[in-house]
Design a protein around this ligand. Structure first.
Ligand code: C5P
Length: 316
């Protein structure tokens, strides 16, 4: 019998540097044009696999109903047919329901790591399909860095990594329902608008570093729901941010700065009242090269060469 194969993973959060909603699709989802970016804020997932005759999946002290990591682990075990015991422990640091993709990143971490530990192999197209079935933001975390997302947000095209940027992330204690935010947007979506948005997004993606103003369509419908979110954005702008935006359907907002000093100063400019019991984090953008090297390092003991997705050394 082989003992447990263990790994300790950092599941990074994302922000949307730009996010446009074009319209409602026939499948009920919305057609998006967005730029995703991984950031340094992360959950920690400890995962162990012990080969055995029977399969089981456990998540210690789980506080989240229908946790996506359990569904991700089940999907991998079904696809691999390598029986064994999967034990996981998740330490949450990424605020939930804030537009930061925490649950999606945790699920992607399982998709990337469990095949390696279990001695199986899933192709990237298979992983993308499994990711999409778990949630619209999951496939992005199979890529990392900066990427354009189209369709449901699950069709991804890498963008070059930008200059390193420091940031401040304010996650107020205000819950925004994603489904409700989409419903609020529906009223304002027209065909004419769709075409305008498509071309303006495209020109932004072509010249990403040229400093065109970024957009998040959800701001127009989420800011009126609670004035404190817009006030946080204004504070970040005033403190010298090169960009300040809400991420996803909120309620977290981020500001990006050229220097660590200006980011540090911005932290102190935020009002406790506007944070509504939430939290502020210092962040930096994480490039795709860095994202991958974090993964390779975390799985070093269980992989051979540094290839993407990480490849198991227990393959039979
Ligand atoms: O895919 P996911 O489960 O993360 O989506 C959560 C909800 O967000 C969906 O039920 C849907 O209401 C909405 N959504 C959407 N269009 C997208 C992504 C999400 O309408 N592209």
């Amino acid at each position: 019998m082989t003992g447990p194969r263990r790994a300790r993973l950092r599941a990074l959060a994302k922000i949307n540097l730009d996010l446009r909603v074009l319209g409602r699709r026939e499948d009920g989802y919305h057609e998006l044009r967005t730029v995703f970016q991984t950031i340094s804020l992360a959950d920690t997932l400890e995962i162990a696999f012990t080969p055995g005759r029977r399969s089981s999946i456990e998540l210690a002290e789980n506080q989240i109903p229908d946790n996506l990591v359990l569904r991700a682990a089940q999907a991998v075990m079904d696809a691999l047919r390598r029986p064994g015991r999967v034990e996981m422990r998740l330490s949450k640091r990424i605020p939930m329901g804030a537009g930061l993709g925490g649950g999606s990143s945790d699920a992607a971490a399982v998709l990337l790591a469990l095949p390696v530990l279990a001695g199986g192999e899933l192709s990237l197209p298979d992983l993308c399909r499994m990711g999409r079935d778990l949630g619209s933001d999951v496939p992005f975390f199979l890529l990392g860095g900066r990427a354009v997302g189209i369709g449901r947000g699950t069709e991804l095209f890498p963008l070059p990594d930008g200059a390193a940027q420091m940031g401040v992330l304010a996650a107020p204690g205000i819950h925004v329902s994603t489904a409700e935010a989409y419903r609020l947007l529906d009223a304002s979506l027209t065909t004419e608008l769709q075409e305008n948005k498509m071309f303006s997004f495209q020109s932004l993606a072509w010249g990403w570093e040229s400093g065109r103003p970024a957009v998040n369509d959800f701001e127009a419908v989420v800011f009126p729901v609670d004035g404190r979110i817009a006030r946080l954005k204004r504070s970040l702008m005033r403190s010298g941010a090169v960009q300040a935006s809400m991420t996803g359907s909120g309620s977290a907002v981020f500001g990006l700065y050229r220097t660590a000093e200006s980011a540090a100063r911005a932290m102190t400019s935020l009002s406790g009242n506007d944070l509504a019991g939430g939290r502020v984090f210092r962040i930096h953008l994480v490039s795709r090269a860095r994202y991958r090297s974090l993964w390779w390092r975390a799985l070093q003991e269980h992989t051979g060469a540094n290839v993407w997705p990480p490849r198991s050394r227990y393959l039979r």
